[in-house]
Design a protein around this ligand. Structure first.
Ligand SMILES: Cc1cc2nc3c(=O)[nH]c(=O)nc-3n(C[C@H](O)[C@H](O)[C@H](O)COP(=O)(O)OP(=O)(O)OC[C@H]3O[C@@H](n4cnc5c(N)ncnc54)[C@H](O)[C@@H]3O)c2cc1C
Length: 488
């Protein structure tokens, strides 16, 4: 596996980034890929560890040591086959995944882990460049019709798998273009949108039908769709935004991140957007929320030309080390610093916003905060406590609310009589992804709540297997950990 002494010979190396002052002038990706020799050395660092915990760290069960070995030996086409056996879209995860596989890498116990994500991206890019990623239409059609609602990574993965099993698949998307949050959440500087278009071209040639501008439940009754199709897969995401219901939240200048980011992606794409233009140019911006969405607001505001960007996080500042209670190979909750954070945002932790302050015309001009602590009581959730005497006023004229999402929109559940879970996601069995209504399945964020692209692809693939089994009595579509190996 790899080069037996590779991990002792080569240090970890990852892609470099263009300097901040250069990259913030546009919305393009800004990584400088590793050279082929460097990638082979990185593949060589994957040691013969015996039990590759990276497999279980990855929600897709990617066969990581196998593709690392292929890369080390310069067998890029084979590497692409191994990677695609478990992951429909490695060009997305290779750019955007927080790489739980690397946190689970055995080498990571006492060394820097293998740069798995960079290797993955380069396998996908090499495969596209050489024309190895070709449409794989099914040899036979089953005559069964499957409707997929939502075209994010979960819907796309489910659609591709079900089409490969021979079913006639139609994907319904309410937006004007396909891609879900890949297209209208994640900014171009993290992933340029031609990366999605290139994959969609392959999928269209495989025979998948895409219908955009169709809001199921509004333009089309979900119950009608249920009659028209043999099975439905709901992949509509977890789109209900969390609000901050404090005084002044209706002031002009208090804006939801998910109004700001999709609008900007449409501007970059040169397509019209609905609503007022939201610009951070020349403004003092405060982004409330320290997750991925908050980070994307920072990078976008800086590219707009904001005067300053401050990021509030209600949780305390973590350490860059693994917390003791989250030992290897688990995913550790440690301080993560994104490329956007490094572009000039000031980060403030353990802070809570109490009210917004406006001028006489209803425009935002500031906000008031307090410092907070989290009281830990064994066996209970930590309790938020305000620190007395720490009130502070901050000047700002644009606030972006990036507070996360509270679950799935209720429309489809209402129209199809579907049960929701206690976190207001659509309830889908963890065994077969089926809802309480036979023939209606759910996958991705709509089932698990706002999560990660790698989980969405994994859920789409798993659900596809169970939809196929529901329609045909059995399925040869691989489940997690099986790759494309035949099922016994
Ligand atoms: C700003 C932001 C940045 C993120 N960055 C990252 C990142 O860097 N890395 C990472 O791994 N994850 C990231 N995530 C999370 C990740 O994007 C999601 O977990 C993932 O996209 C979920 O995929 P999905 O297919 O379940 O749903 P989505 O991607 O949300 O797609 C759902 C689609 O369904 C459509 N839809 C919904 N209802 C209907 C209906 N009734 N009719 C028709 N269409 C409908 C929606 O328009 C949407 O296009 C980010 C999330 C956000 C918000």
């Amino acid at each position: 596996m790899g080069k037996i002494t590779g991990f002792m010979e080569f240090d970890r190396k990852v892609e470099a980034y263009a300097p901040v002052e250069k990259r913030i002038k546009n919305y393009k990706e800004f990584t400088a890929p590793l050279k082929e020799g460097e990638l082979k050395n990185q593949g060589a660092r994957c040691m013969d560890c015996g039990i590759p915990f990276c497999h279980s760290g990855c929600p897709l069960g990617n066969l990581i040591p196998d593709f690392n070995d292929a890369v080390y030996h310069g067998k890029w086409e084979k590497a692409s086959q191994i990677l695609h056996a478990t992951n429909n879209f490695p060009e997305f995860t290779g750019r955007l995944c927080p790489a739980p596989c690397e946190e689970a890498c055995v080498l990571g116990i006492n060394e820097d882990p293998v740069s798995i994500e960079n290797i993955e991206k380069n396998i996908a890019e090499t495969a596209f460049k050489n024309g190895w990623i070709k449409p794989e239409p099914p040899l036979k059609r089953t005559g069964k019709k499957v409707g997929v609602i939502g075209s994010g990574p979960a819907g796309l993965a489910a659609a591709q798998q079900l089409n490969r099993a021979g079913h006639n698949v139609t994907v319904f998307e309410r937006d004007e273009k396909i891609g879900g949050l890949l297209r209208y959440g994640i900014p171009d500087f993290k992933m340029e949108k031609h990366v999605i278009d290139r994959r969609l071209e392959i999928m269209e040639k495989e025979g998948i039908e895409f219908k955009t501008g169709v809001h199921v439940g509004v333009d089309l009754e979900a119950a009608q769709l249920k009659k028209d199709f043999d099975a439905l897969v709901l992949c509509g995401g977890a789109t209900v935004r969390r609000n901050l219901t404090i005084p002044g939240s209706d002031l002009k200048g208090v804006v939801q991140a998910m109004d700001f980011l999709p609008q900007n992606n449409r501007k970059v794409d040169g397509i019209p957007f609905i609503g007022e233009d939201i610009s951070a140019k020349g403004k003092k911006v405060i982004v409330i929320g320290g997750g991925d969405t908050g980070s994307d607001c920072i990078g976008t505001s800086i590219r707009h030309g904001a005067v300053s960007v401050i990021n509030f996080e209600i949780m305390p500042k973590g350490t860059t080390e693994r917390p003791e209670e989250q030992p290897w190979p688990f995913w550790p909750m440690r301080l993560r610093t994104s490329t956007s954070h490094k572009e000039g945002a000031e980060r403030i932790f353990s802070i809570s916003t109490k009210r917004f302050v406006g001028d006489s015309n209803g425009n935002l001009k500031g906000l008031i905060t307090s410092e907070v602590t989290w009281e830990k009581i064994p066996g209970q959730r930590p309790i938020l406590k305000e620190v007395e005497g720490t009130e502070k006023e901050w000047e700002c004229d644009l606030v972006l609310l990036a507070l996360g999402f509270t679950g799935s929109e209720p429309t489809l559940a209402d129209q199809l009589d579907l049960e929701m879970d206690e976190r207001t996601n659509i309830k889908g069995s963890s065994l077969n992804y089926q809802t309480n209504i036979p023939g209606v399945f759910v996958a991705g964020d709509q089932r698990r709540g706002q999560s990660l692209i790698v989980w969405a692809i994994s859920e789409g693939r798993q659900a596809a297997h169970h939809v196929d089994a529901y329609l045909m009595g059995k399925s040869n579509l691989p489940l997690k950990g099986e790759g494309d190996l035949p099922r016994v």
